[in-house]
Ligand binder design. Structure first.
Ligand SMILES: NC(=O)C1=CN([C@@H]2O[C@H](COP(=O)(O)OP(=O)(O)OC[C@H]3O[C@@H](n4cnc5c(N)ncnc54)[C@H](O)[C@@H]3O)[C@@H](O)[C@H]2O)C=CC1
Ligand SMILES: O=C(CO)COP(=O)(O)O
Length: 338
């Protein structure tokens, strides 16, 4: 069945998900706050700042008018960086209210809000009144936009408290190269998504310093332990962390040159400053912000996250990366299972 879908956010991921939905036969309107990007998408079917050498479907339409994108949409997919969720979600909430409309809200954002430590679905629930949303679904998993653009085989999770919402998203997105599973653990899906970016920065650092496979495997495995600990402290199902939105996303992000978080870490490991790395990337590096939120949260909740703490010290306290790694390796030895 053809659905009317609004996609808010036209960066790497929003534009490629919008393209996938258009190719799946849905009536898709992609909203961007940048006029030039809208022009390029509508007239030349390109989005060169984000996904190079890719031609978007001619069925995909873009607009800079959020109201016209959202009006009549059965589904609204929000794909902006975490720091823009309040602003975009707030405008969306107002518009849905003005339009007297109820839509299924989906988001694909991976992070935690600074200071409040809220997950994206919590922010959206606060910004959009209950009568204007039929559910909030998290779309997450190992899915670099670059791979989806070239139709590489991809599997992700649609997580929603209400299985009907997750199943609707499963139907909407699934095709022969993009397979969606459902899950009812929204907390686990969002913690997995946000926290893997911290470990991906760590994996990049290790690569940049010249360490090899053993070091990467150790970091990923012990990183997953930290992710699970914090998620479970907030009520997540521990099994979610061995699924696509947990270890799946951790593997892809912590091992791929497509990952902005991994690339940022790699450049830090090679000796660049955080400022240089962030200025050069031109796209969001969510893990930089999530490291701060997760570090503060782990202290507040008394959850042991030594890798996150070491990365926090490197990013925010100017610690030397090699000293931070030595500190991690020389901590008092402990049991693996706790
Ligand atoms: N790129 C990828 O492969 C994937 C990204 N994600 C997640 O999706 C989210 C978005 O990431 P990307 O698309 O990669 O980021 P990006 O940096 O490529 O693009 C972000 C987009 O959001 C727009 N934006 C920023 N602030 C805005 C605001 N206040 N109002 C309106 N638009 C605003 C930017 O103009 C840009 O178009 C992140 O949380 C990321 O972790 C999730 C899965 C895959
Ligand atoms: O979440 C992602 C892939 O699943 C994208 O990761 P990066 O933001 O590090 O590119």
């Amino acid at each position: 069945m053809t659905e009317k879908v609004a996609v808010l956010g036209a960066g790497s991921w929003g534009s490629i998900l919008a393209n996938l939905l258009a190719e799946n036969g849905h009536d898709v309107m992609l909203w961007s706050h940048k006029e030039e990007q809208v022009r390029q998408l509508n007239e030349e079917h390109v989005n060169p700042r984000y996904i190079k050498d890719f031609t978007y479907s001619t069925a995909l339409k873009a607009t800079s008018d959020m109201k016209s994108a959202v009006a009549g949409a059965d589904v609204v997919l929000v794909v902006v960086p975490t720091k823009a969720i309040r602003e975009v979600g707030g405008r969306l909430g107002q518009l849905l209210n003005e339009l007297g409309q109820k839509s299924l809200i989906v988001h694909a954002t991976k992070g935690l809000e600074q200071q409040t430590y809220k997950r994206p679905s919590e922010m959206l629930a606060e910004e959009i009144q209950a009568e204007n949303r039929s559910g909030i679904v998290v779309l997450s998993g190992p899915s670099h936009a670059e791979d989806v653009a070239r139709r590489d085989l991809t599997s992700v999770t649609a997580a929603c408290n209400d299985v009907a919402g997750a199943e609707k998203v499963q139907q909407l997105f699934s095709n022969d190269y993009f397979r969606v599973y459902t899950n009812d653990d929204v907390i686990g899906a969002e913690f997995g998504a946000a926290l893997k970016n911290i470990i991906a920065i760590g994996a990049g650092i290790i690569n940049g310093l010249g360490y090899h496979d053993n070091a990467k495997a150790a970091l990923i495995t012990r990183g997953l332990t930290e992710i699970r600990r914090l998620g479970v402290a907030f009520g997540a199902n521990p099994f979610t962390f061995i699924g696509l939105s947990g270890v799946g996303d951790l593997i892809v992000t912590a091992t791929s040159v497509n990952s902005r978080n991994w690339r940022a870490g790699n450049q830090l490991g090679q000796g660049k400053s955080l400022k240089e790395v962030m200025d050069d990337m031109g796209m969001v590096i969510e893990g930089v912000y999530t490291t701060k939120a997760a570090y503060e949260l782990s202290r507040q909740r008394n959850v042991s996250m030594p890798i996150t703490e070491a990365i926090y010290q490197v990013l925010y306290e100017g610690a030397d990366v090699k000293t931070a790694i030595n500190g991690l390796m020389q901590r008092e030895v402990t049991s693996e299972v706790e």
